[in-house]
Design a protein around this ligand. Structure first.
Ligand SMILES: C[S@@+](CC[C@H](N)C(=O)[O-])C[C@H]1O[C@@H](n2cnc3c(N)ncnc32)[C@H](O)[C@@H]1O
Length: 279
């Protein structure tokens, strides 16, 4: 698959990241939840790489965990935005590159992560191979993707709108579509969180219930950003458990080191260690 095929996706995300407002988009709590089972101690003193860093929101939080080197690559024109968000970090710590993660060779790192990117690539498996390629033997990798499981409502209702929306000017998608569409979901999530304060297990049985409880504490602008992100991308795939299990059987993944965690009822976190020595 040609690497150039992700250029349209990157252009769409530049519109998203360059108009979301300054500072990290995610709270520290959200960052920790995305990274678990990795914790702050796993980043301390490590050489860390993020593939597809957007506006640098995860790098912002990794920066506070004491890495020895913090590197990122992104295809979209968001380097200035990310640099502004990371300007508080020690000089020389951060290296940001513009490029296609499936093509670049940035060397090998102790820890490589890729959050919310693989499901937007023309060739998600090529993205996973890039994650492994950049992880040193014995190093760790961690990814997060949209699941096919639990996203039936999104696939049926939102995906047809996305296919149309991604052809419109970004501002029309953001303010003409994402804004009105997210209002009922905002009310649903906030209402659900309130109604089920004492019995969250009940909410989890409803469509997008667990996800709604996760997003409910955030303000309206975050809901709007997530809805825009969902609609602006020309390419989104939803990955099944079986697909990720087959990826994790890659000969470069250390047997017994891998994990696959269903998150918020609609996404997968997975990772492991790269084999110490190639077989
Ligand atoms: C949903 S955003 C996630 C950004 C960030 N990881 C986060 O979680 O906030 C997906 C990002 O992947 C980037 N991207 C898509 N294809 C890429 C490629 N082939 N190489 C590098 N970055 C890519 C997009 O430009 C976009 O910024």
């Amino acid at each position: 698959m040609s690497a150039g095929s992700d250029v349209a996706t990157a252009r769409a995300f530049a519109a998203s990241w360059n108009h979301v407002g300054e500072g990290p988009t995610y709270t520290r709590e959200q960052f920790l939840d995305w990274m678990a089972p990795l914790g702050p101690q796993d980043f301390a003193g490590q050489q860390v790489l993020e593939l597809g860093f957007g506006n640098g929101s995860h790098l912002y939080h990794v920066g506070s965990c004491g890495p020895s080197r913090l590197c990122g690559v992104e295809l979209a024109d968001t380097l200035e935005t990310a640099r502004r968000n990371l300007r508080h970090l020690p000089p020389g710590l951060v290296e940001l590159h513009r490029g296609d993660l499936t093509q670049v060779d940035l060397g090998q790192f102790d820890l490589v992560y890729c959050i919310g990117v693989l499901h937007h690539l023309q060739d998600p498996y090529a993205g996973f191979q890039a994650v492994l390629r950049h992880t040193r033997p014995g190093g760790r990798f961690h990814c997060w993707v949209y699941a096919r499981e639990g996203n039936e409502v999104i696939i049926r209702l939102v995906e047809p709108i996305r296919r149309l929306a991604c052809r419109l000017p970004w501002w029309l998608t953001k303010y003409g579509l994402a804004l009105p569409l997210v209002c009922p979901f905002y009310l649903y999530a906030k209402g659900l969180a309130r109604l089920t304060q004492r019995a969250p297990a009940w909410a989890e049985r409803l469509p997008l219930g667990r996800y709604s409880l996760w997003i409910a504490p955030r303000p309206f602008w975050f809901f709007h950003h997530v809805a825009f992100d969902q609609l602006v991308s020309p390419r989104t795939v939803y990955l099944e458990r079986a697909t990720l299990e087959s990826w994790l059987r890659h000969p470069e993944v250390e047997p017994g080191s891998s994990y696959l965690v269903f998150r918020n009822g609609n996404s997968w976190k997975f990772g492991g260690r790269r084999r110490e020595r190639s077989g």
